[in-house]
Design a protein around this ligand. Structure first.
Ligand SMILES: NC(=O)c1ccc[n+]([C@@H]2O[C@H](COP(=O)([O-])OP(=O)(O)OC[C@H]3O[C@@H](n4cnc5c(N)ncnc54)[C@H](OP(=O)(O)O)[C@@H]3O)[C@@H](O)[C@H]2O)c1
Ligand SMILES: *[C@@H]1O[C@H](CO)[C@@H](O)[C@H](O)[C@H]1NC(C)=O
Length: 329
């Protein structure tokens, strides 16, 4: 046999082995980088930002009357920010307004705004009040938190009240858009600001969210809207971020999460614990983040589960919720 051919024959299995080994290492490195990115470990180690000094003395929070929004308002007040509280219920607005001033000595203003009316004549009037309220204030932080998940778990064709979808789209998607557009001009003028839009981990960590198709789609809008604004406004000193929680223990999830006991405690932070982490993530240059560590671990784990398994599991869970909600109706 020709020596050259012999050499080539001996070399080729090695060549294949080494190539496969390199590919393997690159793949593991890529997975590790992605997990490290998701886990946010690097950010955990950094010091939290002084939001007031960095962005300005005021924060606007929508939906501050319950759940995540209420806890975010209290946490931002604890960090020394004055608040513009935007919500639909005057009594609850007064209550949170008093709570932040009494607990943390900050100033608070309230704006009455039912977001399900945004982009109607009544909504335009409320938008005018909001514009007026922020006029002349140094609004550094905007938290677009108000959101609804009703109609609850249902097949799309089953919901008799089609207007309910429209209201959901108005609150979750269009109000977020209009409020952002109303607060941005001042931030652009001052060359600084942070916009935090509350999306949902359900649409980031999971391939689908069956029986909540419209809700999930509105939250995907929030993510993509934020990603594009992040790029659009970065050069103007404004940090736009979508924060995407998985389950948090609020009135929205009362009948949505069927786990109980230790497991629910592990997967589902209280709004107070959630807000503590969420405020720390403001100002870190990430267009999308999942502030709570337990949520990030669930996100990491979901990366290893095939889509059809996640889909089947979610469908089963949400069908169970559909039964609960039908019974409640
Ligand atoms: N909890 C979770 O597991 C979870 C997970 C992912 C994403 N999120 C998102 O987190 C955000 C806060 O939800 P949450 O869990 O804290 O729910 P929540 O306790 O029900 O709070 C929702 C807030 O939005 C306000 N809101 C609802 N409809 C409104 C309207 N038409 N006009 C003005 N304000 C309105 C509510 O006001 P009222 O007090 O007057 O009802 C309340 O302040 C939402 O955007 C939600 O999609 C929550
Ligand atoms: C995240 O969630 C867990 C429980 O669900 C909670 O105990 C913890 O305090 C939260 N905080 C952070 C920083 O991740």
């Amino acid at each position: 046999m020709d020596a050259d051919v012999l050499f080539r024959e001996q070399k080729s299995p090695w060549f294949v082995f080494v190539s496969l080994a390199i590919l393997g290492v690159l793949y593991v490195a890529a997975v590790a980088c992605r997990l490290l990115h998701i886990s946010g470990l690097a950010l955990c180690l950094r010091r939290p930002k002084d939001l007031r000094r960095r962005y300005g003395a005021w924060a606007v929070v929508t939906g501050p009357t319950s759940g995540i929004g209420r806890s975010m308002a209290l946490e931002l007040a604890r960090l020394g920010l004055n608040l513009v509280l935007v919500g639909r219920d005057p009594a609850k607005l007064d209550d949170i307004s008093r709570a932040v001033s009494e607990a943390h000595g900050v100033q608070a203003k309230t704006v009455l705004f039912d977001f399900s009316l945004v982009s109607t004549p009544q909504g335009d009037e409320a938008m005018g009040r909001l514009r007026e309220a922020v006029q002349g204030l140094e609004v550094g932080v905007l938290v677009n938190n108000a959101g609804v998940a009703t109609p609850h778990a249902t097949y799309l064709h089953e919901e008799a009240d089609a207007e309910a979808w429209v209201r959901m789209i108005r609150v979750n998607l269009w109000a977020t858009t209009e409020v952002t557009a109303a607060v941005l001009p001042g931030m652009v003028e001052r060359g600084r600001g942070a916009v935090v839009n509350i999306g949902s981990g359900a649409t980031e960590a999971l391939p689908s969210y069956p029986l909540y198709s419209v809700y999930a789609a509105t939250k995907r809008y929030v993510t993509h809207f934020s990603r594009s604004l992040y790029v659009e406004y970065r050069g103007k000193g404004i940090d736009v971020q979508c924060q995407a929680p998985l389950f948090v223990d609020t009135k929205m999830t009362t009948n949505m999460v069927t786990q109980e006991g230790l497991l629910s405690w592990i997967i589902m932070p209280t709004p107070e614990a959630y807000a503590l982490a969420a405020a720390r993530w403001i100002g870190h240059r990430r267009p999308l983040c999942m502030p709570n560590l337990s949520h990030r671990l669930q996100w990491c784990l979901s990366q290893f589960v095939p889509d059809h398994v996640l889909n089947m599991h979610r469908l089963r869970e949400n069908l169970r919720q559909r039964t609960i909600f039908q019974r409640l109706k």
